[in-house]
Design a protein around this ligand. Structure first.
Ligand code: DQA
Length: 145
């Protein structure tokens, strides 16, 4: 059976590489997906990648992972700090969740310090740039049965 990880990127992450490069770096979303996919392949996993600027699309993608993915890597973007619905979707599918942020959200504005997702995440990686996605895939592979 195919072992699969869902990779979710939230709002504005389609602009990676262009958007505030001083904060988020010059790598693109395509680079993020390629890095996660290559890392996962080396560990025997496939990646299904989704990016959307729309909360409901992200929630639907999370729901659909319930039956055919073993874990979720998510950078919820600004929904991290606002979306109870996204957190409930993640909690609802009961898969291990890796929360990833490119920037160190704790060293930034106060409103980025709180995450609705962190309490239901298996672990959180912030400030490691796109390498954070690589670390997340490695760690999930290590903790999955
Ligand atoms: C982010 C941090 C969030 O605060 C911000 O809204 C983003 C990106 C990060 O990857 O550092 O869109 O999740």
């Amino acid at each position: 059976m195919t072992r699969r990880i869902l990779l979710v990127n939230g709002p504005n992450l389609n602009l990676l590489g262009v958007r505030e490069p001083g904060v988020y770096g010059s790598d693109t979303l395509e680079d993020v997906v390629a890095l996660a996919t290559e890392t996962a392949a080396g560990l025997g996993f496939e990646v299904r990648a989704v990016q959307s600027n729309h909360e409901g699309v992200l929630i639907d993608a999370i729901h659909s992972a319930r039956t055919d993915c073993e874990a979720i890597v998510i950078n919820p973007g600004a929904f991290t700090h606002t979306s109870i619905a996204l957190r409930d979707a993640l909690a609802g599918v009961a898969l291990p969740v890796a929360e990833v942020h490119l920037s160190n959200v704790h060293a930034r504005e106060e409103f980025r310090h709180h995450s609705y997702v962190s309490p239901i995440a298996a672990f959180v990686i912030a400030g490691a740039g796109i390498q954070g996605y690589e670390f997340a895939v490695h760690r999930l592979a290590a903790i999955l049965p």
